[in-house]
Design a protein around this ligand. Structure first.
Ligand code: CA
Length: 237
């Protein structure tokens, strides 16, 4: 019952690592620090944490390479990873998300936001992917119902007419609520790899989708410089 969840902080700057450790421990986690990418990989193999907070700029293996290696191995394939990035690393964030990182947080961050992110990632990965119920129904916030078999969407019981692409985008984002998806991920999910969609047109489709969904459209959150995520409620929780 009293098992604390284990967090591994992979961070080469001692002050930042200590700061994160302090806030995590204060919030009931058991935190370990590794000061390089290689040390991080070793620590994961030794103690298998519940979540990794991964700095990107590290002395030996950088964060993206660590992430790539974790995703390549079955034991760590689904280990929750939150990238901790500096401002201006948006393109690395995009790469990291595409490599399978679950989320990211930008330095400097507030301790409150950090803890919330970790809890949210743990909750989501604990509950697994959004299950579509028998019949292919995904229901979100009691308001938005996505019928993945019949390709129908309704908001508060009223049918919303979506184009095939809008439906595809919504279904893809709803498959894992709370997780950031890059434009390229959306493009390959919706068009199976053939590039009819461009990044720009993804934005256009999302704008149209939001408008059609009305208030519920706010659940589709723009993640600046990265992509989109579907939150679990209209308040963005
Ligand atoms: Ca660093």
């Amino acid at each position: 019952m009293d098992m604390k969840q284990k967090i591994l902080v992979v961070e080469d700057e001692p002050e930042i690592a200590e700061l994160i450790r302090m806030h995590m421990d204060r919030n009931g986690f058991q935190t370990t620090v590794a000061h390089s990418g290689k040390a991080g990989i070793d620590e994961i193999a030794r103690s298998m944490p519940d979540c990794v907070l991964l700095d990107l700029m590290l002395p030996d293996l950088d964060g993206l390479e660590v992430c790539r290696r974790l995703r390549r191995h079955e034991e760590t394939e689904k280990l929750p990873v939150i990238m901790v990035t500096a401002k201006g690393e948006e393109s690395d964030v995009v790469t990291g998300i595409e490599l399978g990182a679950d989320d990211y947080i930008t330095k400097p961050f507030s301790p409150r936001v950090l803890v919330a992110r970790v809890k949210s990632v743990l909750r989501r990965t604990g509950s697994g992917e959004t299950e579509s119920k028998p019949g292919g129904l995904i229901t979100l916030a009691d308001e938005l119902v996505i019928d993945t078999e019949r390709h129908r969407v309704s908001v508060r019981g009223k049918t919303v007419n979506l184009t095939v692409t809008e439906f595809g985008i919504l279904k893809y984002l709803a498959g894992r609520t709370g997780f950031v998806r890059t434009r390229d991920q959306i493009i390959s999910a919706v068009h199976g790899g053939n590039t009819i969609l461009s990044s720009r047109t993804v934005d256009v489709h999302v704008t149209a989708l939001r408008r059609k969904l009305g208030e519920v459209g706010r659940m589709i959150e723009t993640v600046r410089g990265v992509g989109y995520r579907l939150s679990e409620s209209p308040d963005g929780a």
